[in-house]
Design a protein around this ligand. Structure first.
Ligand code: BG6
Length: 488
């Protein structure tokens, strides 16, 4: 049951959440389990949740859907008393019931709460449906004093993003809109900021004088699941790169912000995006896994990419000339989320030929953005024994060694909590998103042809030419150290 949470961590006032798209994939996988966890852990006392979707359900049937979602996707055991407390705060309004029914449900929820309350609308629906949901919220008089979380994709190109933002701004002010990018809610992504700006050691070498190139690599073994309809329209670039990978790039490449606050952080991230050169289609490999066109719901002649690898450049004083290689795709050999920073090699080697210096690639700093995050710094060191033979060694940190893994909030949980508290630090801005669509224009206008790749591979063969003379860091030559094995 509810624990006592330190003051200032949860929202100041009890929340009424209107969850639009409440029976959809994201809601069942992440949002309902996330809200359940926040509620049972005591972060959001009093919170009431109103599900809304196209499905014609009774509140009772919606509770059953939520219970099933928890059984399937909540990683921990669901205690009976926690479930019955959660079930009590769930209500449901089918979309077809209209604005009046929604207004009444929100009023009911608010009267059940004592004192001041706040409203959070979570629009877990595609952009076209998001706009009708926004209109519905407007008609129901639920805009004033509320916050709204929007899900990607934020448009499909510059024009549609500008149009979408204009339509949103007709109803909600920019300060009310929380565009969610769940990669920024990952503990390990925020650790990039801590690592860079809470230490004096690394920032002085965080630039073109010391860094040779950067890789942001997010291969997935997953396929489409039940999302063929969404994916066919979206593809790997819009689904992953223009959102998650570019946002991570922003954290990795930005200048030190003047404060750990939304304004300064977004400003520095946006400066990185402004400094990005338009993506040259010749520096992009688009791929599609063999068998994709035979999947249910996929056009047999589909040109949608399920894989993308690209070289990007940031044309500013810190990064001029440093290539950033990005890669992501479905049904690849491994599921990983890695940022790998390759340092320049020493200018002259006094070590004799055959000593092994440089033989295992450059020194690397590697961030693993997995839920139990890891960090590694690799370097050459002397192999024990006679003579001077060098080996690649590493210093590694793994979150699970700290004993604090249980404290980690899942990315969506963290971000929902931040939105309830009105903290926009980890959310993206209209300006940043529009700029990212602007740099994507050449690629979207003349995309290179998709190349087929075998499922379980690392993508089409041409990915190697793309990074040459460098090499992809994945698959790792040496695996992460297993802290449970001594001497590893
Ligand atoms: C989502 C994409 O935003 O991120 C999915 O739509 C992708 O296609 C997912 O699988 C990856 O997120 P995570 O947190 O599982 O790495």
């Amino acid at each position: 049951m509810a624990k006592r949470i330190p003051p200032g961590v949860g929202p100041k006032f009890p929340q009424v959440v209107v969850l639009v798209g409440a029976t959809g994939d994201l809601s069942r996988r992440k949002l309902l389990p996330g809200l359940f966890h926040l509620a049972t852990a005591g972060f959001i006392p009093g919170c009431r949740i109103i599900g809304v979707s196209l499905d014609d359900l009774t509140p009772e049937a919606f509770r059953a859907t939520a219970r099933e979602a928890l059984a399937q996707f909540y990683g921990r055991k669901v205690a009976d008393e926690d479930w019955s407390a959660f079930a009590d705060v769930l209500d449901y309004v089918p979309l077809a019931a209209g604005a009046d029914a929604l207004r009444e449900a929100v009023a009911r929820a608010e009267t059940a709460l004592v004192g001041e309350t706040r409203r959070l609308h979570y629009l877990s629906v595609p952009p076209s449906a998001a706009l009708s949901a926004v209109r519905l919220l407007g008609e129901a008089g639920l805009v004033e004093g509320s916050r709204v979380i929007m899900e990607k994709p934020f448009g499909t190109d510059l024009e549609s993003a500008v149009a979408l933002n204009a339509k949103l701004h007709a109803v909600f002010a920019e300060e009310q809109i929380f565009r969610i990018d769940h990669f920024l809610g990952k503990e390990a992504a925020q650790n990039i900021l801590a690592f860079r700006f809470a230490n004096g050691l690394f920032e002085p070498i965080w630039n073109r004088n010391f860094i040779d190139h950067v890789q942001i690599d997010v291969p997935e073994t997953l396929g489409l699941g039940a999302r063929a309809g969404f994916y066919e329209q979206t593809g790997a670039f819009r689904d992953m790169v223009v959102t998650h990978l570019f946002q991570i790039l922003g954290f990795m490449a930005m200048e030190p912000p003047t404060a750990l606050e939304p304004g300064p952080i977004n400003e520095e991230k946006n400066k990185v995006f402004r400094g990005m050169l338009p993506i040259d289609a010749a520096s992009v490999v688009r791929g599609q896994y063999i068998g994709y066109r035979q999947e249910e719901g996929v056009d047999p002649e589909s040109d949608t990419e399920t894989f993308i690898a690209m070289k990007c450049a940031i044309d500013n004083w810190r990064w001029a000339g440093v290539p950033f290689f990005l890669r992501t795709g479905k049904r690849l050999a491994e599921g990983q989320r890695v940022i790998s920073i390759a340092f320049r090699e020493p200018p002259k080697s006094m070590f004799p030929v055959g000593s092994g210096v440089g033989a295992q690639g450059p020194d690397h700093l590697t961030f693993d953005l997995a839920d139990s995050s890891k960090l590694s710094l690799s370097f050459y060191g002397k192999r024990p024994g006679p003579g001077m033979r060098l080996d690649k060694l590493s210093m590694q940190f793994a979150m699970h060694e700290t004993g604090l893994v249980g404290e980690v909030l899942e990315a969506y949980e963290r971000l929902i909590l931040d939105a309830m508290r009105g903290d926009r630090t980890l959310f993206t801005s209209a300006e940043g998103i529009e700029r990212l669509w602007e740099v994507s224009k050449p690629l979207l206008e003349t995309p290179p042809p998709v190349r087929l790749y075998a499922q379980g591979s690392w993508g089409p063969k041409s990915i190697h030419q793309l990074v040459a003379p460098h090499a992809w860091r994945l698959p790792f030559e040496r695996s992460w150290r297993d802290p449970n094995k001594s001497g590893a």
